[in-house]
Design a protein around this ligand. Structure first.
Ligand code: G3P
Ligand code: MG
Length: 250
């Protein structure tokens, strides 16, 4: 049920690089990670780019939003200075560029579809269609990603656009209707916040035959604990403390 890596670098390079950038992907790779999670959102003109927040201010300076900015302008934006001035030349990347980087390095991707509010359907459809096209372009050696999203709607539209690409449904706290959601989405996994997970809930999900993925585990001991509960994989910001090879603690 979980044919994917167990330990995944969150937002590319975890806490060691500016999130959701090519620099972050390279950082994850440098630390031995062949599995990354990142967030994808649409620009004003419908181009998928890597970005976590719908509004500027945290990872890129200034005011404004992703959904009201053209891709050509987003790609010029400094996405590194907030992290460290030495990353001032690091820009917002397109999803396509990151996808191709990951394929070139045989890195598995958990693509979190992160729609700006009101763009759930379009984001799910566009990200899935582009992924399908890129997979074909990359040929037989391409590694298919796993989509995930907190947006049920985005995943429904991703399913319609690219049914063969696997989906995981992201939730924060326990939802009693989780099974209905996964059935409707024909999802392979539930992705949940490790903070709220209990052994009982983990057992319920695993007994139903689904993959179980957690975000975000930054303490090795917690990683060991939830893996013992049956969790299949997790993402981490502490790629310096938790190794990619499943040894958990360096
Ligand atoms: O996909 C797991 C995790 O990234 C979800 O939360 O806010 O870090 O995107 P967030
Ligand atoms: Mg994410």
């Amino acid at each position: 049920m979980w044919p994917y890596p167990k330990v995944v670098a969150h937002r590319g390079g975890g806490s060691l690089a500016p999130e959701n950038t090519l620099t972050a992907m390279q950082c994850g790779l440098d630390y031995g990670f062949r599995a990354v999670e990142f967030d994808v959102m649409l620009s004003k003109d419908g181009v998928p780019v890597l970005m976590h927040d719908p509004d500027f201010g945290r990872t890129v300076a200034g005011t404004g939003s992703v959904a009201t900015t053209l891709a050509q302008d987003l790609l010029q934006m400094d996405a590194g200075s907030w992290f460290d001035p030495r990353f001032a030349q690091v820009h917002v990347p397109t999803y396509e560029a990151v996808f191709l980087f990951c394929q070139a390095h045989q890195i598995w991707m958990n693509v979190e579809i992160k729609p700006a509010p009101g763009f759930e359907q379009e984001t799910g459809r566009v990200v899935a269609s582009l992924t399908q096209k890129l997979l074909v372009d990359c040929g037989a050696k391409a590694i298919p990603p796993l989509f995930s999203s907190f947006s049920f709607e985005a995943l429904e539209f991703a399913k319609e656009a690219a049914p063969e690409i696997a989906r995981g449904y992201l939730i924060d706290e326990f939802q009693s209707d989780w099974h209905d959601a996964l059935r409707t989405l024909e999802a392979v996994a539930l992705h949940t916040n490790q903070k709220h997970l209990t052994p009982e809930w983990a057992k319920e999900i695993k007994s139903a035959g689904y993959g179980l993925f957690c975000y975000t585990v930054n303490v090795a001991e917690r990683g060991r604990e939830i893996l013992a509960w049956g969790v299949d994989g997790f993402c981490t910001d502490r790629i310096d403390l938790i190794s990619a090879d499943f040894a958990i603690a360096r």
